[in-house]
Design a protein around this ligand. Structure first.
Ligand SMILES: [Zn+2]
Length: 191
C-alpha cells in the first residue's frame, strides 16, 4: 500500500505532519502509517509519547447546612447491645445534629462562562434533592431514602452520593464531606 504523503518527504517527520494536517495523529493513524512504512520506528515511538494538550480540570465545592434528628440503633440488636454499641446516639427519644455537607465536583472549565459548574446551580441541585428532604426532619422517620438504613453519618453520606452523582452531570461528583459534629466527620468518594 502506498504512503498517503504521495512521495513527498516519505518517512520523515515533515511528511507525517503534512499528511495529518498539522494535528497530532491518533494512535490509529500512526498504526496505519507505520504499516505503510511511512514512519521510522524512532519517530513512531517519539510521537506516541508526546503529551496531548489537556483542558484544565478543576474541583469546585459548595457547603450546605441542615439540622436533623436521628437515633442510631440496630433493630436486630437487644436494648443492651444497642446501648453498648451506640451509647448516647441510641437515645430512644432521638437527638439532633447541626450537619454540614460539602459537595465537590470536578470538570472542564466552560470557555463561555469560566465555570466548571455554576456554584449557585450546584447549591440548587443539592438543596432540591438533599437538603429539602432532610432539613428539620428525623432520619429514622421522615426520610424515604434512609428507610431501613441505620442513620450513621457513613450511611447518610453514601445515600447522598447516590442521589447527587447523576444530578451534577456533566461535572463529576468527586467527594462528599458530612460533618456531624465539630469533631466528627465522614468523607466519601464513591468507592
Ligand atoms: Zn447522632
Amino acid at each position: 500500500m502506498s504512503c498517503p504523503s504521495a512521495g513527498k518527504a516519505v518517512g520523515s517527520g515533515e511528511g507525517l505532519i503534512h499528511s495529518t494536517g498539522l494535528q497530532k495523529p491518533s494512535s490509529f493513524q500512526l498504526d496505519q502509517l507505520r504499516r505503510r512504512r511511512c514512519v521510522p520506528a524512532e519517530l513512531f515511538f517519539l510521537l506516541r509519547s508526546q503529551p496531548v494538550a489537556k483542558m484544565p480540570r478543576v474541583t469546585v465545592t459548595r457547603r450546605l447546612r441542615f439540622n436533623a434528628a436521628h437515633r442510631v440503633f440496630n433493630p436486630a440488636f437487644s436494648d443492651a447491645q444497642n446501648e453498648a454499641t451506640f451509647g448516647k446516639c441510641n437515645n430512644p427519644n432521638w437527638h439532633g445534629h447541626n450537619y454540614v455537607l460539602e459537595v465537590s465536583v470536578e470538570g472542564d472549565i466552560d470557555e463561555a462562562t469560566g465555570y466548571v459548574l455554576d456554584l449557585a446551580r450546584l447549591r440548587d441541585i443539592a438543596e432540591a434533592r438533599i437538603i429539602d428532604k432532610v432539613d428539620h426532619k428525623n432520619f429514622n422517620l421522615d426520610v424515604a431514602f434512609m428507610k431501613g438504613i441505620i442513620p450513621t453519618a457513613e450511611n447518610i453520606v453514601v445515600q447522598f452520593w447516590r442521589i447527587l452523582e447523576p444530578a451534577v452531570a456533566p461535572a463529576r461528583l468527586t467527594k462528599l464531606v458530612l460533618r456531624e459534629t465539630e469533631n466528627n466527620y465522614v468523607e466519601y468518594t464513591g468507592n
